[in-house]
Design a binder for this molecule. Sequence first.
Ligand code: AQP
Length: 331
Amino acid sequence: MTRVFSGIQPTGIPHLGNYLGAIQNWVALQANHECIFCLVDLHALTVWQNPADLRAQTRQQTAVLLASGIDPEKHILFNQSAVSAHTRLGWIFNCVSRLGWLNRMTQFKDKVGKDRENHSAGLYVYPNLMAADILAYKAVKVPVGDDQRQHVELANDIVKKFNHDYEVEFFQEIEAFVPAQAARVMSLRDGLKKMSKSDPSAQSRIDLTDDADTIALKIKRAKTDPEPLPSSLEGLTDRPEARNLVGLYAAMDNLTPEQVLARHGGEGFGPFKKALADVMIARIEPIAKETSRLLDDTGHLDHVLRTGAARAAAIANPIVDEVEQIVGLLK
Ligand code: AQP
């Protein structure tokens, strides 16, 4: 069975973008792949985290993932820092990867803006550790949102350079699996900015722990423009907020954007937002309720992560041992 690896940072509560861009695909891939899912807590540290919040968020994300349908019995769910193979391979990849490659990473540029000098070295080399996360398992398929596509390309540059420099065929190139719809969900307050856990405005995103009233209110307050919805896709040009809401409706109700516009074209945003909130609540509310139930038993969540880490380490350690042999570390 094809091995899949994917991760999510425990930097806050997973939101609708994480769900549509990644988690929903993770759940579907479980049917016919061997899946390894990881709470990438070391990546979270690339931006300062309150230690107590980081621990709480790691458990909360575990609960959200289980509530969304991740099966920790058939597949593996764990937190990255519990398996040392990630940092061992990450360091070797820091030495394979080139500064020129990292300088091109748009996510780093977006995150640091004009304040590059004051950001952590960890944030800069983040894509090297992400490559190690995947390749420590020799995973070949990586379900991610559109924002991670460039990091997967960098991982493939590392694969090629590692194999070339050490004259081996040890790693195989990996494939980003990006959903056809809603691969980049935008903020509800600004249609040009991606929905993000770290956006200071809670109104900018739908969290997977939001209850029905909160979802309805956030959708009602979502930024729009004064025009009614168009009947065709061309009418969404230069209307980023309208395009985002139509895309969300389509993804939540398993429709194409064209079908959404055929149904709602000509409508004002009032009734459209009401219909959108209804489909969203139907999908998100059961996840929120189950998350809250699971959070009552943190012992169970910790057990899931510990068991997952032991199974992950059993796969990754022999692979990284071999890499260390290849590069000449005395074992
Ligand atoms: N807005 C989005 N639309 C679609 N997919 C998204 N993903 C993230 N945001 C969107 C996908 O979710 C997975 C996990 O993301 P992550 O937590 O590792 O990091 P991120 O991309 O940096 O997400 P955030 O929410 O923006 O986190 P912060 O604010 O902490 O940086 C990935 O597959 C990602 O593509």
